[in-house]
Design a protein around this ligand. Structure first.
Ligand code: ADP
Ligand code: MG
Length: 425
């Protein structure tokens, strides 16, 4: 297999089949050569290899992050409880805060890895990506600095997309920050949105894409650009060309995971010295964008007197949630798996809310809830999990819109969620 130049100057990859031609007496009289243009085939193979690599790295990263999350939930949770009891002891509080800060950093890292592994819980809404970008640009203008000119070109008639707002903001933000880093001497950052339709012909060369209508987001810059070696690895988690204190190498890994989790595609165009463009395709839907909710105000911890059933197999988390709930005034019944939870539920009629881990031995939270819900349709529920399982493809769709707590969470978030669920009809 080798590269060959066609008359029109394009380079193609060819596979050669050669055979010697012999005359009647057996002497070589020539060579018969057959050439097969395999450009498209090799390109598709390359695309497949890349996606398989991303898939296996994602599985590994996601698995580690999941277990880490459980430990961190314990560390942060008990840390916060301890904090409440140590008021007055300045020295101890100071040390404890250091521990909590470290744990928060680790929690951020696991969240990023889970995002890459497409195991981040999504709360999708219908939105207009042009509006989202317009809202974000004020902030982006501030963080990129004055030496960079920021331009936008936003399509007013952009098709609606069904996405998690926070995650899409993260995509825009990460791409813009990378562009900033690529232009230390200044330059131009451009953010565009377009309404595009992908036809058969286009998709034939990009086997992983599908025909149809998309909202296209393009972030481009006039920065340093990338050579092929860098282009091949940019989406790998922890791949960075920046100094350790500047880059974690998780930005584009997260962007990749988010785009994939939304059924979208991302393309990269870049040459050294010629700048960079990232094109992100989000599948369009036929719907109006939802109204943008007002920012939720921070509130104080509020408890209650209700009875709560808690099921969690991880001992540290179970103990933590139980303690937190008791301190808030609730009566708590504890189970370490789904079957135990159902048993407790049968014996206690006054249970108002079930807080259930999604993945447990001997019946998971979902299955347990279904049985309890049959016996008492008024029972309320909150699911908790260290990861959200692929929210699009998995049966998790069943509980989209149901109250959910992503681990690790602290007592404040737990307390607020519980009141929120108990107080809604
Ligand atoms: P980080 O920004 O922490 O290094 P990312 O995953 O966001 O991690 O990016 C990985 C690498 O990809 C960067 O270190 C850089 O080498 C390259 N890169 C990303 N975006 C750009 C860009 N707009 N221009 C040039 N290089 C880029
Ligand atoms: Mg980055």
């Amino acid at each position: 297999m080798n590269a060959n130049v066609r008359k029109d100057g394009t380079i193609i990859t060819c596979e050669w089949f050669n055979a010697l031609l012999r005359d009647a007496s057996g002497n070589v009289s020539g060579v018969l050569s057959m050439v097969h243009d395999v450009t498209e085939k090799t390109e598709l193979e390359k695309q497949l290899r890349v996606s398989q690599k991303m898939e296996s790295v994602g599985t590994l990263a996601g698995g580690i992050a999941h277990d880490f999350n459980n430990s961190l939930t314990g560390i942060i949770g008990f840390g916060e409880l301890l904090r409440m009891r140590m008021a007055g002891d300045e020295q101890a509080l100071h040390d404890l805060d250091e521990i909590l800060r470290c744990a928060e950093r680790a929690a951020t890292l696991t969240r990023q890895l889970l995002t890459f592994a497409r195991r981040q819980f999504m709360e999708p809404v219908n939105l207009n990506v042009s509006t989202l970008v317009a809202d974000l640009m004020k902030l982006i203008g501030k963080v990129v600095g004055e030496h960079i000119e920021v331009k936008t070109s936003l399509e007013n008639n952009i098709p609606t997309i069904h996405v998690d707002r926070g995650q899409i903001e993260q995509v825009v933000m990460n791409l813009c920050l990378n562009s900033r880093d690529a232009m230390p001497e200044g330059g131009r950052l451009t953010v565009e949105t377009e309404d595009v339709v992908l036809e058969e012909e286009y998709v034939r060369h990009n086997a992983y894409m599908r025909t149809g209508r998309y909202a296209l987001l393009t972030v481009s810059d006039t920065g340093v650009g990338m050579d092929e070696k860098t282009r091949e690895r940019v989406f790998d988690p922890f791949f960075t060309t920046k100094r350790p204190d500047k880059g974690t190498g998780l930005g584009l890994a997260m962007v990749y995971g988010i785009v994939k989790q939304h059924g979208g595609f991302i393309h990269l165009y870049s040459e050294p010295g010629k700048g960079t463009a990232f094109k992100v395709y989000f599948p369009a839907i036929e719907a109006q964008p939802d109204a943008v909710p007002e920012k939720r105000r921070e509130e104080i911890l509020r408890g209650g007197m209700e009875t709560i059933l808690l099921a969690e197999d991880e001992e540290a988390i179970r103990a933590l949630v139980e303690r937190t709930l008791k301190e808030l005034g609730y009566t708590v019944l504890v189970a370490s798996n789904g079957e135990e939870a159902i048993e407790l539920f049968r014996q206690n009629k006054e249970i108002a809310l079930a807080v259930l881990d999604v993945v447990m031995p001997r019946k998971g939270g979902m299955e347990a809830f279904k049985e309890m819900h049959k016996a008492n349709p008024n029972l309320k529920v909150i699911f908790m999990s260290g990861y959200a399982i692929n929210a699009i493809h998995d049966s998790f769709v069943l509980i989209a819109g149901m109250p959910f707590l992503q681990k690790p969470f602290g007592p404040t978030i737990l307390a607020r969620k519980i009141r929120e669920v108990l107080d809604t009809q």
